[in-house]
Design a protein around this ligand. Structure first.
Ligand code: EPU
Length: 341
């Protein structure tokens, strides 16, 4: 276990933010010690469970303790000829996990290759890309209640998965720290290549395999999204908005070329936030030390030394422009940690 005080909070936005205390633990017994410290008041409250900070926005220092799981490893819980249930540590890097599954011949997570962050964060955020969503592959989520110290397993139904959402994002569920995620993955060869350019991108490599799908997905991501090791961002800053059929019909009269998709819930129409933002002239534009990414306008980037207010200012300006032009209020996809000082 490692405890650091007045320490920099890891975040892919490249923001200089600190926490009073950051605790990293790698095993169940270290976690038990962390919980004992929480319960005897040795760790300053409030608590924040964090993975790699790849989907987070901080608008100030965090005046409490950040808990980071480094629990790794995979364990087979159940296996048949057709499927496998794997129990995976919440601190396992998500992309490493997708590579592991490809090497073992487990199908399901390959379209989610290349997404930054950890397995635990993937289960909280219900990460999604190229037609796949983590929530559809999860069997259950193991947690510990930081208030009582007792373990609680959430069935996939109890996780309440929806587009980039789960119960773990609700304030009253923040007390549950994810320890392990159980995935149910297929051993029967099948691929989902219907999304956009994926089939075409895989086709270039000839043979169809988990390896070529992974390569194609990572290639498309790299062509659109900033490399987190070079440019700070939190991936998509906004969610794609879902509007009623009536709202879409009236917008389509003025914008017949507006991209639209059936909403995943089956209710309403999903619009492209990237398209709306681009139509407002924000693609590639900067404000202060932040900018709207030129290759994918739903990503806000740190152009160098941005503060939280630089990010907030450009985000507010984008939201206002889209609202004025289209009457649609974009919602943030990133999770916010407010200034609680
Ligand atoms: N588009 C534009 N201009 C652009 C880019 C895109 O108008 O410069 C429009 C196009 O109409 C395109 C549509 O946006 O058809 C969709 O673009 P893309 O395939 O890049 O997907 P997205 O809807 O913008 C979502 C996720 C991404 C995920 C991709 C691929 C959200 C908020 N974002 O983006 O997730 O990688 O689909 O499945 O749902 C993330 O969550 O951080 C993330 C990057």
């Amino acid at each position: 276990m490692e405890i650091t005080y007045n320490a920099a909070i890891p975040n892919t936005f490249g923001l200089s933010v600190k926490a009073d205390c950051i605790v990293r633990f790698s095993t169940d017994s270290e976690l038990a010690s962390v919980i004992a410290m929480v319960r005897n008041g040795a760790l300053k409250q409030p608590l924040l469970c964090l993975g790699e900070g790849s989907n987070m926005m901080f608008d100030g220092d965090f005046k409490g303790s950040v808990l980071v799981s480094l629990i790794k490893g995979t364990e087979v819980v159940e296996e048949t000829a057709d499927y496998i249930v794997l129990r995976v540590g919440s601190g396992y890097g998500w992309n490493d996990f997708t590579a592991y599954c490809a090497s073992k011949g487990y199908f399901g997570v390959e379209n989610l290759s290349g997404i930054p962050g950890t397995v635990g964060a993937a289960a909280v955020q219900n990460i999604g890309a190229y037609g796949a969503e983590a929530g559809n592959l999860i069997d259950s989520v193991e947690t510990v209640d930081l208030e009582t110290g007792s373990a609680k397993i959430f069935s996939v139904q109890e996780c309440g998965y929806a587009y980039r959402d789960s119960v773990f994002k609700k304030p009253s569920f923040k007390k549950y720290l994810v320890t392990y995620v159980r995935f149910r993955l297929s051993k029967v060869e099948h691929y989902a290549l219907e999304y956009g350019r994926l089939a075409e991108a895989v086709g270039k490599d000839g043979e169809l395999s988990l390896g070529t799908v992974r390569k194609a997905v990572i290639g498309i991501r790299n062509s659109k999204l900033p490399d987190p090791s070079e440019v700070g961002s939190a991936g998509s800053f906004f969610k794609n908005p879902i509007v009623s059929a009536e709202v879409y019909a009236s917008l389509a009269l003025s914008y017949p070329d507006m991209p639209h998709y059936p909403a995943p819930s089956g209710d309403g129409v999903k619009l492209s936030a990237a398209w709306l933002i681009e139509r407002c002239g924000w693609k590639g534009r900067s404000l202060g030390k932040a900018a709207v990414w030129g290759k994918q306008p739903l990503v806000i980037v740190n152009t160098g030394g941005a503060s939280a207010s630089d990010i907030m200012n450009i985000s507010a300006a984008v939201v206002n422009s889209v609202f004025e032009k289209f009457g649609i209020r974009l919602e943030k996809e990133v999770q916010f940690v407010g200034d609680n000082g």
